[in-house]
Ligand binder design. Structure first.
Ligand SMILES: C[S@@+](CC[C@H](N)C(=O)[O-])C[C@H]1O[C@@H](n2cnc3c(N)ncnc32)[C@H](O)[C@@H]1O
Length: 291
């Protein structure tokens, strides 16, 4: 298989928002394949430090290869960003000059044959960002009680056909692969518009499997706690539920006088970026600064 690459989204906007300074300490809480991290590193050397965190061991080993040339300037750590403060402390730092989160899945996760994130994949339903975790999408689809599954698909997928989908799922359990699930949903006659009718269900399963919204909420407060005065917090989100967590968190800390909003409205990809990288279309960047 050809090497999977991931084009960093909103790169210019992130660099402008984060405003990395030479000699500064920065955390990339979703280092992925290292695209944003490399751009940050190139601006903070000499003397700067990049702490890159990811819960996906495969992504991290690609980032290690890519950023290996930066030596001790790049600390790459497998972990969950909800423990960001502890990870940063264990690395030997108390405070940082800036934090970046680029949420969502990487191309590696989406396009790898075996990760089970995509509704086009014939892989088993998996969707774990951290392969060491027990819970998989298969467990959610096949073992969760009907009511709980419906709740998840309605809340995390914002799917108005959750009831119909879950009834069909329960009738056809066990459902083993991504394709089986997406074909089942496609057969329900609920397609409207251009997006695949399984898109929202797959989003919901991914959020549940990886506890994405809870972890993001925790990280938003952890992050503020370790930011130096004047330090920037940049978050790229890819759907409205994530964006709401970020927006509310920044708004609450701004009300308390802890953070200042740098972006009143989220920044979106330019037409030029969309032309080069269509998968950036749902990205929204919000930036706030520690007071
Ligand atoms: C969109 S990708 C980041 C891509 C990266 N900015 C780049 O330029 O290559 C998102 C990454 O965040 C990671 N991730 C998502 N939630 C996480 C969490 N709670 N803790 C740590 N990493 C997480 C995923 O495993 C994935 O590798």
């Amino acid at each position: 298989m050809a090497a999977i690459t991931h084009v960093p989204v909103l790169l210019n906007e992130v660099i402008e928002g984060l405003d990395p300074k030479r000699g500064g300490i920065y955390v990339d809480g979703t280092v992925g394949l290292g695209g944003h991290a490399e751009a940050v590193l190139s601006r903070i050397l000499p003397g700067g430090i990049l702490i890159g965190i990811d819960k996906d061991g495969e992504a991290l080993s690609i980032a290690r290869d890519r950023l290996g040339g930066y030596g001790k300037a790049a600390y790459l750590i497998k972990g969950d960003f909800y423990r960001m403060a502890e990870i940063v402390r264990n690395t030997g730092f108390a405070e940082v000059d800036g934090i970046l989160l680029d949420l969502g899945v990487s191309s590696l996760q989406l396009f790898s044959e075996d990760r089970g994130f995509s509704f086009r994949s014939s892989a088993p339903l998996d969707m774990r960002m951290d392969k060491a975790q027990d819970l998989t999408a298969w467990d959610v689809v096949n073992k969760y009680p009907e009511g709980r599954l419906e709740e998840i698909i309605r809340a995390y997928g914002e799917e108005r056909y959750a009831r119909r989908i879950v009834r069909a799922v329960v009738r056809n359990r066990p459902i083993d692969t991504c394709l089986q699930l997406s074909a089942l949903i496609d057969g329900l006659g609920i397609r409207s518009g251009r997006i695949h009718p399984a898109t929202r269900t797959f989003q919901a399963l991914r959020i549940e499997v990886n506890m994405e919204l809870d972890n993001l909420s925790s990280c938003m407060s952890e992050g503020v706690g370790i930011l130096k005065k004047g330090g920037r917090f940049c978050v790229i989100s890819y759907h409205s539920l994530e964006d709401r967590v970020v927006k509310n968190s920044f708004r609450d800390t701004a009300k308390q006088g802890i953070m200042k909003l740098i972006t009143k409205k989220p920044l979106r990809p330019t037409r030029e970026e969309l032309g080069i990288n269509p998968s950036s279309r749902s990205a929204r960047l919000r930036v706030a600064e520690r007071m």
